[in-house]
Design a protein around this ligand. Structure first.
Ligand SMILES: [Zn+2]
Length: 297
């Protein structure tokens, strides 16, 4: 864990005549030597030609003066050096220097972003003996602290772990988060748990909705099947109705032919040319095709 090293003393005024530990920031990146990630020594620091107003005291550690300075975003690292994020230096830089670098970074960023009054826009001035800046209008600015909490919730042998949905590694950890303005650590724990609980509620709602919709879809499918079966039965019934009528017609035609044959036989004694037709008519033909009857004498 990164913690402020023992015997570190915060400083509000520079110390002259001692070799310094210099943390030079470009945004949230610190200047280190390529290869061994060493901080710039006094010679390298002086070579940067920084504006004295941009150099701030941080503290004393092991009799060495720790200072920080900021450069513009467009600044380029001198030959043999590079700007690296503190996270990238984790394991490359020892924990004590990394902890002081974290402190230096916050002081630097505060100084860089509070050069002018947030109330009236005039230049701010450092307050002697205090980590504060003040404007002639009365407005003061202090370094922003971002309190965070981390809590391990236990239930018997089990631990409550959570993970951020945006986590690239998907790793679970104890509940942790930043405190909102006016919030206590306990409030933050409850809020974090509430968020997790709410996420579970949303997930459960989704599961219930999915289940209900799947049941409804199954019912609709069943209704579709039943309706299709019903309509098919009606089609079949219609076809059967037509078939029955066709059979009736054919039966009638057969009887008609018998009748015609008998009539033809009866009249054949009296005429040389039989005037009675005895052929079948095509049931699919139109009405005019079935108009042959006994010719009147
Ligand atoms: Zn002001």
């Amino acid at each position: 864990m990164i913690v402020t090293p023992e015997r570190f003393e915060p400083l509000l005024a520079p110390v002259e005549g001692r070799e310094a530990v210099s943390f030079v920031f470009r945004g949230f990146e610190v200047l280190v030597r390529e290869g061994d990630a060493a901080l710039p020594d006094d010679t390298a620091f002086a070579a940067l030609g920084l504006d004295a107003a941009n150099v701030l005291p941080v503290g004393l550690w092991r009799e060495r003066y720790c200072r920080t300075a900021w450069v513009r975003k467009e600044s380029v690292a001198p030959a043999g050096y590079e700007f690296k994020s503190l996270r990238a230096l984790w394991t490359r830089m020892d924990d004590a220097h990394l902890a002081i670098a974290g402190r230096a970074c916050q002081i630097c960023e505060w100084a860089r972003t509070h050069r002018f009054c947030g109330s009236c826009g005039k230049p701010m001035a450092f307050v002697p003996g205090e980590r504060a800046m003040k404007c002639a209008c009365g407005h003061s600015a202090y370094p922003r602290i971002s309190p965070a909490m981390m809590v391990l919730v236990k239930k018997g042998d089990a631990l409550l772990l959570a993970r951020n949905v945006a986590s690239p590694t998907g790793r679970f950890s104890a509940l942790a988060g930043f405190l909102e303005a006016g919030e206590s650590v306990e409030d933050a724990v409850h809020r974090d748990r509430a968020l997790d609980t709410y996420e579970r509620v949303l997930q459960r709602n989704l599961d219930e909705l999915r289940s209900a919709k799947q049941t409804e879809n199954a019912r609709i499918e069943q209704e579709l099947d039943e309706r299709i079966a019903e309509l098919r039965a009606r089609i079949e019934e219609n076809n059967q109705g037509v078939s029955r009528e066709l059979e009736n017609l054919r039966a009638w035609q057969a009887r008609k032919q018998d009748e015609e044959r008998r009539i033809a036989e009866a009249v054949s004694y009296f005429v040389s040319e039989n005037p009675v037709s005895t052929g079948t008519t095509d049931p699919s033909a139109d009405d005019q095709g079935d108009t042959k009857h006994v010719r009147q004498n």
